[in-house]
Design a protein around this ligand. Structure first.
Ligand SMILES: [Zn+2]
Length: 478
């Protein structure tokens, strides 16, 4: 391979010796400082002024010497780092123990508050940074040599560092495209590390995905699902794995609407289409991201969200109340910002009447007996409906707010996305009795698992109290 240099084993041990030197120096320094600190305590409590004074003089010179030692250690580490970059950059995987040595240095430095207080303040941060850069180099080398992933000995590696490095790098992006953003190597490396670190979670995942994994036709989708679940942040990761053993994939080639339902024996069953986790065009090629769609895998985790919401004992009246308050607050603020203020008490009464008329099951806006006032109220009402549809709740990233605003108002207020009445004209919300909290929960849970940042932001902006109620529920359900 171009640019690959043979790794010289003596060089390798040379670097490691330098790292060892740094570690020994740090150890030595630490012991020294600890000793002096003990003495200081002794002298200080005995109240011997002269001795304390002497002590301070000696302590100061020791600290200065210690600081010099620490700088030497840093230089040694930096030299190792430079040598490494220069000589081994292309053969990262030959350097098996290097990260361990850096970690050993770090652990010495982090050992005590005394040492932490006196080392160059950025020393540990710089070592951490060097470590991160090293991991990034290793990952790049792996991407260039994907066949090495198979035999990568992760038992001797800092797997949690890989997990957080790769998760942090890609969180909030539409990973699997199109076009795909994350490389398969990074995806698979994270999976390998996570399963090494959390074998009990791997077991749960493997059992859950069994219907999809069978036959090997959906290996790619299985890896993508694993990646999203494994890289999800806490507390969502814990909640997901806590409840997943009770969720079944009853169908994974569901035609038409994908859904969740409770089986006759109480099973929490999801009916999904593994072929539609990434949107495909009519020829089966990845379709350009449709802003009205919520993106790949969102529906998959949404249906699991419904199952988890049931397992946690929901739907929740507290969440439904919070959604109603959010919707009323948003409508009121919108009206007040577009008309006046200051509002007269009559205006306030009219706004209250408009808001009431927008809620589900509400009667039509009642006449006040004053034709001009009625006309104005009707105008405000119509403007508000249009403003939310065409501005506030427009677009795919607002789909949750659009849906649940529709739930609270029986679709008088909604954006691009809504649960419309069925073919017989029965309202999804009023006649069929679905709760906005249920869709809110499933969506919010899905966005945390898939990392859809725009959708989460829309929830925060448009449903702040509901968002807080949801987070409280997740915290309680851990
Ligand atoms: Zn749903």
């Amino acid at each position: 391979m171009q640019g690959k240099r043979e790794f010289n084993i003596e060089q390798k041990w040379g670097f490691l010796a330098k790292a060892d030197y740094g570690k020994n120096q740090a150890d030595h320094f630490y012991k020294n400082i600890s000793g002096w600190t003990d003495q200081y305590k002794k002298y200080a409590s005995s109240g011997l002024t002269g001795s304390v004074k002497n002590y301070f003089g000696e302590l100061e010179s020791t600290l200065n010497k210690g600081k010099q030692d620490i700088n030497k250690i840093y230089e040694a580490a930096e030299e190792v780092e430079n040598d490494y970059a220069e000589k081994c950059g292309n053969v990262a995987f030959e350097m098996e123990l290097y990260t361990d040595r850096i970690n050993a240095l770090l652990s010495v430095l982090h050992r005590g508050p005394v040492l932490n207080a006196f080392v160059a303040p950025d020393f540990a941060a710089r070592l951490e940074k060097a470590k991160k850069e090293l991991l990034e180099k290793e990952i790049l080398a792996l991407i260039a040599n994907p066949d090495k992933l198979e035999n990568l000995d992760i038992a001797n590696r800092d797997v949690t560092a890989y997990i957080s490095l790769i998760s942090d790098k890609y969180r909030g992006q539409d990973l699997f495209g199109p076009p795909p953003i994350i490389s398969n190597v990074e995806r698979d490396l994270l999976i390998k590390c996570f399963e090494h670190q959390y074998p009990e979670k791997e077991k749960i995942m493997t059992a859950f995905l069994k219907p999809i994994s069978k036959g090997g036709d959906h290996d790619n989708e299985v890896q993508c699902i694993k990646y999203l679940a494994y890289s999800s942040p806490e507390p969502y990761n814990n909640v997901f794995f806590k409840y997943l053993p009770k969720v079944n994939i009853s169908e994974h080639h569901q035609s038409g609407t994908q859904y969740f339902s409770v089986g006759i024996f109480g099973g929490k069953n999801i009916y999904i289409d593994i072929g539609r986790v990434i949107y495909l065009d009519s020829s089966g090629n990845p379709a350009p991201t449709d802003p009205a769609n919520k993106g790949g895998y969102a529906t998959f985790f949404h249906e699991i969200g419904h199952a988890i919401d049931r397992l946690m004992g929901l739907p929740s009246p507290a969440l439904d109340d919070a959604i109603t308050i959010d919707v009323k607050n948003a409508l009121r603020a919108d009206i007040e910002s577009r008309y006046l203020p200051p509002l007269s008490s009559q205006d306030q009464a009219d706004i209250d009447a408009i808001l009431d008329s927008l809620m589900a099951k509400a009667p039509l806006l009642q006449s006040t007996g004053d034709a001009a006032r009625d006309a104005f109220a009707n105008q405000v009402r119509t403007d508000t409906i249009n403003h939310f549809e065409n501005v506030v709740l427009k677009g795919g990233s607002n789909s949750t707010a659009s849906d649940v605003y529709g739930g609270v108002t029986d679709n008088k207020i909604h954006g691009t996305w809504a649960h419309y009445p069925d073919s017989k004209g029965k309202s999804y919300w009023v006649e069929k009795g679905h709760k906005p909290s249920s869709e809110f929960f499933a969506d919010a849970f899905s966005y945390h698992m898939t990392g859809y940042a725009d959708s989460l932001k829309s929830i925060e902006d448009n449903l702040p109290k509901a968002r807080k109620a949801f987070v409280d529920m997740i915290d309680a359900g851990q």
